[in-house]
Structures are given as C-alpha cells and as structure tokens.
Design a protein around this ligand. Structure first.
Ligand SMILES: NCCC[C@H](NC(=O)CCC(=O)O)C(=O)O
Length: 432
C-alpha cells in the first residue's frame, strides 16, 4: 500500500555499498563459501580492494543512479574480544587474543561488513502496511565473524534512516534463527514505487556438508515485522548450497519484472514459478539452463551476483564481475541473451576481484533501498556519495589503507594500529 504522498514514479533505488575496510584479508572463515575456503592464507590487498569497491560505486553513479555507503566497522574488534575475557589496552587485548587463540582473533579482524547485501532486509514503502520503508538488520548468526556485525550495522542504519516518518529500523531476529538479510530476498514489481511481490529464500538443513544460513522462521519473522502484504517463501536448492551457493544471490537476482536465475537455484522450482506467475503475472523469468551454464560455472563466475539495475531511461542494465567475461560458457550465454529484444538491455563488466576472492560479487557489496523523493531527502547525507566525496575517499584510501596483508600480518601490532588509524581518519573526514 503506497502512502498517499508517494508517487510511484518518483521512487528510486539507492545502492548502499560497504566501503571495504583496511583489514580486508583471506582467513578462510566462511564454511560453504568456496572462494573464501580456496583463497585461505593468500595475501590480500586492502587498498586495491577498497578502490575497486569505490570504482563500482562511481560506475553506478555514472549510470545515473544515486549511491550511498556504509562505513567499515572497527577491526580488530577489541570490544568483542573483551566480552571473551581479554583485557588491558586495545593492543594488549589483541596480543593476548592472538597468542591464546589465533583463529578467534581472525574473526575479530575480518572486514566482512563490506558485504552489505547481508546488512539488512529492506521492504520498500509500497509493500508495507504502514507505508514506510522497513529495515531489519541481519543477525548473521551462522558464521562467527559475521555475527559481530549487526550491533554496528544497527547504529549506522539508525543514523541513516533516523526519520521515522519514512523509515522503520527494527531489531534483528533472535540469533537462534539465522538471518542473512537481503542476499536471500528478491522483489518483483512493475517499478520500484509500485507494490511488489517479496520473495524470501531460505535454506533447508538436510545434513549436507555446508550449512544452510537462512532460516525459514527468520524470513517469516522479517516479513511479519515489516507488515509485508504479499510475500512468498521458497527454499534454496540443496544442490546449490552444496555446490557453494551459500546465499540465494549467488544463483538468482530480481529487479522490476525480471527474475534472473539459474535452473538449479530453487528446490521447488516449478511450484515457485507457478506461484510467482499467479501473484505477479507480468513477471519475465530468465532462466539459465544448466546445459548452457553449469551450476559450477555460475558459482565460479558469479553471473547472478551482478547488479541488475533500472536505469533512468527505463532500461535494465546488468553490472557483472569480470570473471563472467573470463568464463567461456557465461560469456557465450551473455553474448546471445543480453540486448536484442530481451528484458535485460545492456551489460558491463567490473573488476571487484579482491572481494570476489572472498566470495563477494557486485551484488554482495550493496544494499538496495528504494525510496521516494521526500524519504531520500531525509537520509543522513553523510552516508551519500557524490563525485567530490568519492575523490576524498579515494585520497584517504590511498593514504591509510594497507597495501597488502599476509596471514602473518594479522598478528602484528603495526597492522592493528594501521586499521584503527584508517578508520579514525575516515570518520573524522566524513564528520562522524
Ligand atoms: N554475500 C557475500 C558474503 C561473502 C562472505 N565472505 C566471507 O565472510 C569471507 C571472509 C573470510 O573468509 O575471511 C560470507 O561468506 O558471508
């Protein structure tokens, strides 16, 4: 139900990307995420990572869309380590934690808050009973390093979306029910401002080798809290999870009338598509058959972890990771299916390799928030990006972000200091 003051045509989607933090590293913390596991122990490049992320934000702004960002969280996370019994100065806390339990410490040093598709689930105003945008931060309880994020995420969400006339920021769902946010959420609608069909995708635990990270009860709770009028709940396919699709957004993405998915993405594919067609007859389902792009190629290239964007001219554009161009089956599929008379009119490639190597593609790096003109004007402008601010951020990253981090560096006081100093400089620069 759209609130009377909101004209659907003035509702625009903002992407809030996670600014990649200075501690970005490859600790192999995410069971079931094949890139994270495969790159465990390699040398990371935080500066390059953050610049790649910023270049993506500039690309999306260049397509004519507004862009926002989340701040990196403070890492190493000493206040978390203190709850585990470490004490003394921040440096002492880190030194003792590294000595006692290096694996535990690695969790406290992760820059994983960069993947803001997991920051929250967002229901646009047109879908909710009270006509406000509803946001529920994800508890991310299935992975230790990610379970540390929500407290700081709530803080930032409450600053960004403080105006309760337009926004409602909820508490996370209890940790017993794993919630991974918008990465397991899709929305179909005529436009961002029209009432939509919200699709929540959960994982069914079948005792496989990898965990199902999104619980059905968490998805249901989020839909209830948001007062969503029309919602569907469907299971991720067990074989997709076992192949490394730890979140639904690794194998499917939706925008406007388009649902773009791999043939093996959903456990109950036929039933889901029937239901979707019944509830939203205008849907255009673009399904990529396994015979053309295998599940393995889809997961290695992150074809479906692209940003499917509605451009100001009404067309749909796909922002893909460069890995898609380097994967022959994906390249071939794109060559014959994008443009022409299809519903996806254009595509471009982007290098976010540093994030990709931890299993995060273009879509993982952003949280979508559709909002009308008045609501957008109420967002805390410190979290919004323009060219000038992007230049400032770029200079800051060049100056403060470490060039490289090897596994041994995680134990080095210089590295911790550099991370804290970088974040302090960022916050001061942006007026926090
Ligand atoms: N949506 C993309 C999320 C990627 C993220 N990777 C990580 O946390 C890897 C971190 C590491 O292994 O150091 C995850 O699996 O949740």
């Amino acid at each position: 139900m759209t609130s009377p003051s909101t004209d659907p045509r003035e509702v625009v989607e903002l992407n809030f990307d996670g600014l990649i933090g200075p501690s970005h590293n490859y600790a192999g913390l995410s069971l079931g995420n094949v890139a994270s596991a495969g790159n465990k122990g390699s040398v990371s490049r935080p500066r390059q990572a953050a610049l790649q992320g910023l270049a993506k934000m500039r690309r999306v702004m260049g397509l004519g869309l507004p862009q926002g960002f989340f701040l990196p969280h403070e890492r190493p996370h000493t206040s978390w380590l203190r709850t585990l019994g470490f004490s003394g100065s921040d440096t002492q806390v880190c030194a003792d934690a590294v000595a006692a339990d290096p694996q535990l410490f690695a969790n406290a040093a992760s820059a994983s808050a960069m993947w803001t598709a997991n920051a929250a689930t967002v229901s646009p105003a047109a879908d909710t009973r009270d006509g406000r945008v509803h946001l529920t931060p994800a508890n991310l309880s299935s992975m230790t390093h990610r379970s540390l994020e929500w407290t700081e995420t709530v803080r930032q969400l409450k600053l960004m979306f403080a105006d309760e006339r337009f926004f409602a920021v909820h508490d996370p769902v209890p940790a017993r029910f794993g919630d991974e946010g918008a990465a397991n959420f899709m929305r179909l609608a005529r436009s961002h401002g029209d009432p939509g069909l919200e699709i929540f995708v959960f994982g069914e635990d079948r005792g496989g080798k990898y965990p199902a990270r999104q619980a059905l009860r968490a998805s249901e709770a989020v839909a209830r809290k948001h007062g969503v009028e029309e919602a569907l709940f469907t299971a991720q396919s067990a074989e997709a999870i076992e192949a490394g699709a730890f979140h639904n957004d690794v194998v499917a993405v939706a925008n406007g009338r388009v649902l773009f998915a791999h043939e093996r993405a959903f456990e109950y594919r036929a039933e889901l598509f029937d239901e979707v067609r019944r509830l939203f007859p205008e849907v255009e389902i673009i399904e990529v058959p396994d015979s053309e792009v295998s599940l393995e190629d889809a997961i290695a290239s992150y074809l479906f972890n692209s940003q499917l964007l509605s451009l100001p001219d009404g067309s749909q554009h796909l922002v893909l990771p460069t890995e898609c161009r380097d994967t022959p089956s994906v390249k071939a599929w794109l060559g014959s299916n994008i443009g022409g008379n299809g519903p996806i009119h254009g595509a471009s490639f982007l290098d976010v390799r540093e994030s990709m190597r931890n299993g995060g593609g273009p879509a993982c790096l952003r949280l979508r928030v559709a909002a009308g003109a008045e609501a957008r004007a109420a967002i805390d402008t410190r979290f919004l990006l323009d060219d000038e601010k992007a230049d400032t951020l770029e200079r800051l990253i060049e100056e403060y972000w470490p060039d490289s981090v090897s596994p041994g560096d995680l134990a080095a006081p210089d590295f911790w200091e550099a991370c804290w100093a970088a974040r302090r400089a960022l916050l001061a620069q942006l007026g926090f």
